[in-house]
Every structure is written in C-alpha cells, then in structure tokens.
Design a protein around this ligand. Structure first.
Ligand code: COA
Ligand code: UVW
Length: 333
C-alpha cells in the first residue's frame, strides 16, 4: 500500500472533523465531496450557504453530509470574539477588530477559533490564501504547542527513485514557514521533522543538515550556522541520527557520501533533508516536484497546538484530499 493510501486508511479508522474555510474556491468543494465519499473526515465548510450551494450546483458537486456554516450568523461568533480579544489583549486587539477578523471573507480566523475551541479537530486552507495569511491566523488563534518556539513545516516527497531515503520517500524541511531561521530555529526544525519521520514513515530519521559545503569544504558564515544548528539539535535529542554540514549529493548518494563525508552514519542514506533557509527549501521542493516528477505532500505544519495545514495555491483536488487526510490523522494524536 502506498504511503498516501496508508494515511487515508488511518484517517478512515477514526474520522475527525476538518474545517475548510475557502468555500469560494471550487477545488475545496470538489475535495469536500471526495473526502465525504471516501469517509476520510467529517467536513465543515465556511461561507455563505446560498453562494456555496450555487457553486456546487453549477459544478455538479454533491455536498450531502457536509456542514456549511456562515461565520457572520454563527451562534458561537460572540464567544469567539471574546476569546480572540482575550488571546490578543497584550497586542491591544479591540472587540471591533476581533469581529472584523472573525467575519472576514477568507474565514481564516473563524476556522482557527473553531479548532482552538474544539469545534473542529483541524483545518486545511491555502488554496487561495497565501501561506503567510494562513499561518498568521493560525499563530494567533490555535497558537504553538507547549514547549515549542518555532512552528515550521515539512513535505513528504515521494520520489520515483527507490534508492533515495526510505524507499524513495524523503522529508524536506522547512519549505514553507521560516524565511531565515537562525541556528536555534534550524535545530528545532530538524528535531521536529525527525519526530515526524518516525510518526509518518515509522522508521528512525537519518537527518542531513544541508549546506553548499560538506564537512568544512567551504568556509563561510552560512555553513557555520548549519554546524551550530547541528550541535544544538544533538543537545536537544542526543539519540537522533543527524550529521552535517552536508551537500545534497553527499546526503543522498552512498558513493559521494563515502568520498565527501567518510564515516558519517547519515551521508549517502539520509531520509530527512533540512535546508538552511526558506529560499533553498521552497525552491528545492518545487524543483523536485515539477522537474523530477515527485509527489509533494504538504506543507505539513509542525509545532502548532492543534493541526492546521497549508496548501500550495497551485494544489490539485487530490492534493487537498491528501492534506485533509493528514490533518485528520494528526488530530487522532
Ligand atoms: C510565518 C510568517 C507569516 C510570520 O510573519 P510575520 O507575521 O511577519 O512575523 P512576525 O515576526 O511579525 O511575527 C508575528 C507573530 O507570529 C509569530 N511567529 C512568526 N513566525 C513564527 C514561527 N515560525 N513560529 C511561531 N510563531 C511565529 C511571532 O512570534 C508573532 O507573534 P505575536 O503576534 O503573538 O507577537 C512569515 O514568516 C512568512 O510569511 N513566512 C513565509 C511564508 C511563505 O511565503 N512561504 C512560502 C510559500 S509556502
Ligand atoms: C507551499 C508553497 O510554496 O505555497 P504557494 O505555492 O502557495 O506559495
């Protein structure tokens, strides 16, 4: 069974409620229909009922079983306003501003409050909204998990080359959240992604801290940052298999790994690739997806108190269904 099929099967075993705020994007409605038909999750769509039904009718989408909730008239709006004002009181958020956020057309704050308050188990957005908008709303409503400072993201990259990573599957991080992580943030990204390698692939992580340098082949502050992150990550989780700084070829190809980083337990067999910044991570995942034809599942957000996942605006309906299934599985705990 493929990894995606395994995730879908797990989601079906204990269907959770996932809220989709972007009802005005027809891909979300097609995805809602498929999720319901396959029993992967229960779906709540946010938006004006008539408008949603009109799009569904025009496109031949069957939304039976899907709950459509209109934030502006929702019975819990007043309670969400109270909670959001309380949450953001140190930032001086007024009731008027909170109500405006909670009834905004993108529905992102309302969806976040539903997740926070347990009225939904998770959220998927980003087919239309930018990652920045999706994340900012999630930070302010759902918040970070206890003990977490840096929220980040990873992609499950399902490549066509079984010799890479775990039978062709690699985790790439961070490809969506932190533009320029310092050494501490980079270390936290590595540790969180290693833990998700275990939960999603059920194998121990072999983490490569990527750079343009391998083991001192270049001398530059950017390579020094990666080395510092490596040391911090080892301090956080001494049992983790992690090495750096490594170039991508040294991380992935045994022959190159042996030559450039002899004796490394990770070089040549990494299954988790940690990129030094978001330029590298975001560009790399899109190139591997589009040029090498890999399936890119994500970005899967890690470090929030409850699951909220983002999409690429270029996502397909199938991508949305997969991310809903992942969100439902994350919500199972
Ligand atoms: C994540 C992102 C939206 C935060 O941007 P921002 O709002 O300008 O960030 P700020 O530094 O002003 O912080 C705003 C709040 O978010 C929090 N925050 C920012 N980044 C965070 C992170 N990685 N983890 C946890 N909290 C974070 C800050 O602590 C702050 O909280 P506060 O309002 O309670 O004080 C921004 O870094 C971003 O746009 N990232 C790139 C997204 C992107 O375009 N990805 C590529 C496509 S997928
Ligand atoms: C994850 C990502 O790159 O998203 P988008 O393509 O929407 O910017």
């Amino acid at each position: 069974m493929s990894l995606v099929d395994q995730i879908r099967a797990k989601a079906k075993m204990n269907p959770k409620t996932v809220v989709l705020p972007e009802s005005y994007d027809e891909r979300m409605l097609f995805a809602a229909q498929q999720v319901m038909e396959q029993g992967l999750a229960k779906i709540v769509i946010l938006g004006n009922k008539t408008e949603v039904q009109n799009i569904a009718t025009a496109k031949g989408i069957n939304l039976s079983g899907v709950e459509i909730l209109e934030p502006a008239t929702a019975p819990k709006l007043a309670a969400y306003v109270d909670s959001l004002v309380e949450l953001r009181k140190s930032k001086g958020l007024t009731r008027e501003e909170a109500e405006k956020l909670l009834t905004a057309k993108d529905n992102l704050y309302f969806a976040g409050m539903m997740v926070r308050e347990g009225d939904a188990d998770g959220e998927v957005a980003g087919a239309t909204g930018t990652t920045g908008d999706v994340l900012r709303a999630a930070f302010q409503t759902v918040g970070t998990a206890p003990g977490i400072k840096t929220v980040s993201s990873f992609f499950l990259m399902i490549t066509k080359t079984p010799s890479f990573g775990e039978n062709g599957i690699l985790l790439f991080a961070d490809c969506a959240v932190n533009p320029n992580p310092d050494a501490q943030a980079l270390a936290e990204i590595a540790v969180a992604t290693a833990r998700n390698c275990k939960s999603f692939l059920d194998v121990p992580a072999r983490v490569a801290m990527l750079s343009f340098s391998t083991k001192g082949s270049a001398s530059h502050p950017d390579a020094d940052k990666v080395l510092k992150a490596l040391e911090i990550a080892k301090g956080i989780d001494p049992m983790m298999q992690i090495d750096g700084e490594l170039q991508a070829d040294a991380a992935l190809l045994p022959k190159v790994g042996e030559k450039k980083a002899p004796g490394s337990t990770v070089a040549g067999k990494a299954n988790v690739l940690i990129f030094p910044d978001l330029d590298a991570g975001n560009i790399a995942y899109k190139l591997v997806e589009r040029v090498a034809g890999a399936e890119a599942v994500g970005p899967i957000i890690q470090g929030l108190a409850k699951p909220v996942n983002d999409l690429s605006r270029g996502c397909s309906v199938e991508d949305i269904v997969n991310v809903v299934a992942i969100t439902a599985v994350q919500a199972q705990g």
